[in-house]
Design a binder for this molecule. Structure first.
Ligand SMILES: [Mn+2]
Length: 330
């Protein structure tokens, strides 16, 4: 059997999800693709070209909440006679969900269980595999880190993966999927990328903290900042932890990434301040590039016209939170 695997490339969860697919279909041929919202058009185009040549039987998509723009690609792949299965733990846009549901052969979106996608893949494909269970646990640590606690192997993998992505080392990323599928997490290739990343992190961390601006909305402290070095989620968690260390009480951290034109928001999990999955879907609609996520963290893209875009988006966020929190007058 020939299988195409497309997974979210940004962190340990996407990579471990794909490693588990590889582990499950070890004796088959599996083609590996890595996508995120910045490159999914070109990834799907590549997948379609490869599918024309290789005629795969099965396409499995993991950890990737599909955007409206992906629907035509899924339709085309389905017309090629490929069996399509999609597994995710992000919250999906309702419209996109109902369209994809009609095209795909299997669509499993478990967005309310606090499970990493790799944990869903492990349950579905490798229920009795002890290594798979262990690996999916690392993915959980990456997607649901606890504030102020070391994330151990999850963080180690996230760092190595981040270094591969920023340096466009897709071949190393593919090799990493193979290594992880065998549990060879301490392999020197992964370690080398991890160590390179750690060196760069310290100086970029200092730069990022300098960009922070605080705004109080309805008694809640929102911190805005920017970084192109740290991935959105990572940037937010780092800022959150740093602020806590500095004695601040951050309720929400909003980070801009000018290089990929993305805003990521994280709030403290024990604070019901705002449902960010809903908030980001709405912001994505207002701004036009789509958004989504989880109740405690989410993100959306933006189209920059000029440098003022940050201030504009910042105002929109503040206004929206203010409106959302105000009691409705009758
Ligand atoms: Mn994930």
């Amino acid at each position: 059997m020939k299988i195409v695997s497309i997974t979210h490339r940004e962190d340990a969860d996407g990579i471990i999800s794909q490693a588990l697919i590889l582990r499950r279909f070890r004796s088959d041929s599996v083609l590996l693709f890595h996508a995120d919202h910045t490159n999914y058009h070109s990834v799907f185009k590549d997948v379609i070209e490869r599918a024309k040549l290789e005629k795969p039987d099965l396409l499995i998509i993991t950890d990737l909440s599909l955007k409206k723009g992906a629907i035509p690609y899924i339709e085309e792949l389905k017309r090629m006679g490929i069996h399509i299965e999609i597994f995710d733990h992000h919250k999906w846009d309702k419209e996109v969900y109902s369209k994809i549901e009609k095209i795909a052969d299997k669509l499993v979106i478990r967005d309310s269980e606090r499970k990493a996608c790799a944990e869903i893949i492990q349950e579905e494909f490798l229920p009795n595999d002890r290594l798979a269970k262990k690996l999916s646990g690392y993915a959980h640590g990456s997607d649901y880190p606890t504030n102020n606690t070391p994330r151990g192997i999850s963080l180690y993998l996230d760092r190595a993966i981040a270094n591969m992505i920023t340096n466009d080392k897709d071949d190393d990323l593919k090799r990493t999927v193979y290594l992880v599928s065998d549990g060879k997490i301490d392999h020197e290739l992964i370690k080398k990328h991890h160590d390179e990343r750690v060196q760069l992190e310290e100086e970029n961390m200092r730069e990022m903290i300098k960009t922070l601006e605080k705004e109080e909305v309805e008694g809640k402290n929102i911190f805005f900042g920017a970084s192109s070095f740290f991935h959105g989620k990572d940037a937010c968690f780092r800022v959150l932890n740093e602020l806590l260390k500095m004695g601040e009480t951050p309720h929400l951290v909003v980070m801009f990434d000018p290089s990929v034109k993305q805003v990521t928001l994280v709030r403290r999990e024990n604070d019901e301040f705002v449902d960010l999955s809903k908030f980001c879907v709405e912001m994505g609609k207002e701004i036009g590039l789509g958004g989504g996520g989880h109740p405690h963290r989410g993100g959306f893209g933006y189209k920059p016209k000029d440098e003022k875009i940050h201030q504009g988006v910042k105002r929109m966020i503040v206004d929206k939170i203010r409106r959302g929190r105000k009691p409705v007058k009758r």
